[in-house]
Design a binder for this molecule. Structure first.
Ligand SMILES: C[S@@+](CC[C@H](N)C(=O)[O-])C[C@H]1O[C@@H](n2cnc3c(N)ncnc32)[C@H](O)[C@@H]1O
Length: 244
């Protein structure tokens, strides 16, 4: 499987531009649970707050660069590190050797390269969730193409970070992203990093079919992370699916 899915050059900027309001939502699934599985855990953006609140989290992540950022954060926080296990693998191939009550995938479902990888991954996740346990994940449904544009600007100290990105949809399914991160000091460009990324689109009906096929029953479906039920036309769909 290709290792660079779109993070190898820009992983160190990931947390700066990660503004998704999903941490409280995923933390809501930690109550009374002995262990959680975070698939596509990235830099630990969600796993670390979970562990800070006492949860044990097993994290599956294949990107060397994202893992390096995650490990660096853990090296500075031994209490949190003691609660987190990192598995360097893909969703389709990891093997934990046991089942968990809660598995989740934050902002990762659209990163599968095609339907085959998505099916193999969800089937493998299903194998790791105990009966009655849940798989919680979000899906981006509002896919569209856009030209290269400035998508975010963040200032930290005397540095300004600018993120530009574009998206092209090939064959109606595959998303090809171009990202450019620029770093400025006192208004001068000091670094410019270009990164290509890939993902694939899925429809609500396809996601429902896949869950059905892999032994999950949808329990709740939200239109975001504030608990609002999903409505036709929402760009984001967040699913809580129970393992049968
Ligand atoms: C948008 S990032 C989200 C990271 C983290 N979950 C968060 O919300 O901050 C997607 C992550 O999924 C990982 N990823 C991509 N393909 C994957 C796969 N097939 N299996 C597991 N993780 C994958 C990427 O390396 C990346 O770290």
């Amino acid at each position: 499987m290709p290792l660079d899915r779109g993070y190898e050059k820009t992983a160190r900027f990931f947390d700066l531009f990660a503004s998704t309001n999903d941490i409280e939502f995923y933390c809501g699934y930690a109550k009374g649970v002995r262990e959680m599985l975070d698939i596509g855990a990235g830099t630990g953006r969600v796993a670390i707050p979970l562990a800070e609140r006492g949860a044990r989290v097993v994290c599956v992540e294949p990107s060397p660069a994202m893992l390096a950022v995650f490990r660096d954060k853990l090296s500075r926080n031994p209490d949190v590190a003691a609660k987190i296990t990192l598995i360097d693998d893909f969703a389709a191939s990891f093997d934990l050797g046991r089942k968990v009550p809660v598995a989740f995938m934050a902002r990762g479902f659209d990163g599968f390269l095609d339907d085959e990888e998505r099916r193999e991954s969800v089937a493998n996740i299903a194998r790791h969730v105990e009966p009655g346990g849940v798989f919680v994940f979000d899906v981006w449904l509002g896919y569209e193409e856009w030209p290269l544009r400035l998508s975010d600007t963040v200032v930290r100290g005397d540095r300004e970070y600018r993120m530009y990105d574009s998206c092209k949809i090939v064959d109606g399914k595959t998303m090809e992203f171009d990202a450019v991160c620029e770093v400025y000091e006192a208004g001068e460009l000091v670094e410019r990093v270009e990164q290509k990324g890939w993902g694939s689109c899925s429809t609500r009906a396809e996601v429902h079919g896949l869950l059905d096929e892999t032994g999950f029953k949808i329990r709740r479906e939200f239109g975001g992370f504030d608990g609002k039920p999903y409505e036709e036309g929402d760009d984001v769909m967040v699913i809580e699916a129970a393992k049968l």
